[in-house]
Design a protein around this ligand. Structure first.
Ligand SMILES: NC(=O)c1ccc[n+]([C@@H]2O[C@H](COP(=O)([O-])OP(=O)(O)OC[C@H]3O[C@@H](n4cnc5c(N)ncnc54)[C@H](O)[C@@H]3O)[C@@H](O)[C@H]2O)c1
Length: 387
């Protein structure tokens, strides 16, 4: 298949913007024509790296370069203006960093403009492309643990994130965002993807404030799905830990469960395991293991011996898939499939098969609706229905 090089522009050249520079640099079908950051020196240095034109004003970049593809990687609360500007300038494709917005009305405005313009907007919910998360998707969607009934996910950042990660800009970034927008955006999106087609209908949350002072310290919430599934999600921005992030999830289904330590805390190893109490036949399990392997997800299949003569057999696990050790994940893993989707004019390109459609403005809006309900619930102390 012949591919036309895409004329790309990147707006916002901080931590994530520079990763896009690198990721696009590896693709022969993308040419970066313009880069923009309100900090002139940052824009000029990025432009020099990729032989593009630097801008400090997004409108000027869009008017003079007419890009085919615009990346918006500004801070969480500053997505609206560049995204609307790109759509108004006629950009056919936007890749936006998560969350779609930190405000529901802004998310709706982006959604409506994308629809009105007939444009495509992809949200980089990067976790969807990470090996442990893909393995979880596979196991859940194949029904290997039966009907999911409960899940728990904790994604916590070191207190250094809101106070120091972005240098002197940290407080502004964190004030415009929160652990719900910055962290639970990922978790809420994963839950919708994993448990599709189930939807969150009700939310009850609490928050803690006071340690940081300029933004909430943490959110802890229950999400109720229309399938009956109940999920607890929690995100802190005040953790005192050695590493930058801790991330743990587990799921219980009627016939098994998934446990994984994606970014483990003290004394725990990176690990992922799916336990099956009523597994399919050995050859069917081996076929699932092979299909996971074909997707680059290397899991060990174990059949667990059941002693016949023991009155009380503690383990209910009859078979398991397991991976011990890091999953080599990074924030640009979904960008390859998104660029393939743009080139192939589809939401399910060759590089993204049997994983559902890639995330768009619809997924972005749904994520913001749930996060907004969660914040409203924490404020009011009531259960909030998700609109
Ligand atoms: N996908 C992930 O796993 C992941 C991880 C971290 C951050 N992010 C997301 O990426 C986005 C950017 O985060 P970051 O950590 O790179 O932030 P950052 O502060 O390092 O970078 C943002 C850049 O945007 C620039 N900027 C601000 N307003 C602008 C405007 N109007 N026009 C042009 N430039 C402007 C800033 O000067 C800064 O250089 C956020 O939405 C964040 O949540 C995603």
């Amino acid at each position: 298949m012949t591919t036309k090089p895409l004329k790309a522009a990147i707006i916002g050249l901080g931590l994530l913007g520079s990763q896009y520079l690198e990721a696009f640099g590896k693709r022969s079908d993308v040419a970066i024509v313009g880069v923009c950051d309100v900090r002139r020196a940052v824009a000029e240095s990025a432009a020099a790296q990729v032989h593009a034109t630097p801008y400090t004003n997004a409108d000027e970049l869009l008017k003079s370069q007419r890009p085919d593809l615009v990346v918006v990687a500004t801070p969480d609360h500053l997505h609206l203006a560049p995204t609307l500007a790109a759509l108004d300038a006629g950009a056919p494709v936007i890749i936006q960093e998560k969350p779609l917005a930190t405000d529901l009305a802004e998310a709706e405005a982006i959604y409506e403009k994308v629809e009105q313009r007939g444009a495509k907007l992809f949200v980089n919910f990067a976790n969807r492309a990470m090996p442990y998360d893909l393995a979880t998707y596979y196991v859940l969607q194949q029904g290997l643990i039966g009907q999911p009934v409960y899940a728990e996910s904790r994604l916590d950042d070191n207190i250094s994130v809101p106070t120091r990660l972005w240098g002197e800009r940290s407080r502004d970034f964190a004030t415009g965002s929160s652990p719900a927008h910055f962290l639970l955006s990922h978790v809420v999106d994963l839950m919708h993807w994993w448990f599709a087609p189930a939807q969150v209908t009700e939310v009850f949350a609490i928050s803690q404030e006071g340690v940081l002072g300029f933004t909430p310290d943490l959110y802890d919430a229950f999400l109720i799905f229309d399938s009956g599934l109940k999920v607890r999600v929690k995100a802190e921005w005040i953790k005192h830990i050695d590493q930058i992030v801790e991330y743990y999830s587990c799921f219980t289904g009627e016939r098994g469960g998934v446990i994984y330590n994606k970014r483990p805390g003290f004394g725990v190893q990176e690990s992922w395991r799916a336990n099956f109490s009523a597994p399919p036949a050995a050859d069917a399990l081996a076929a699932h293991q092979q299909r996971l392997g074909e997707q680059g997800i290397d899991v060990r299949l174990a059949h667990h011996y059941r002693p016949a003569a023991v009155a009380y057999d503690v383990s209910t696990v009859r078979a398991s898939f397991e991976h011990i050790g890091g999953d080599q994940a990074h924030g640009m893993m979904l960008i390859g499939p998104i660029l393939d989707a743009v080139q192939q004019n589809t939401l399910t390109p060759d590089s993204w098969q049997q994983r559902g459609p890639l995330p768009t403005h619809r997924d972005g809006l749904r994520q913001v609706q749930v996060v907004q309900a969660l914040i409203d619930s924490a404020r009011s102390g009531r259960v909030v229905t998700v609109r």
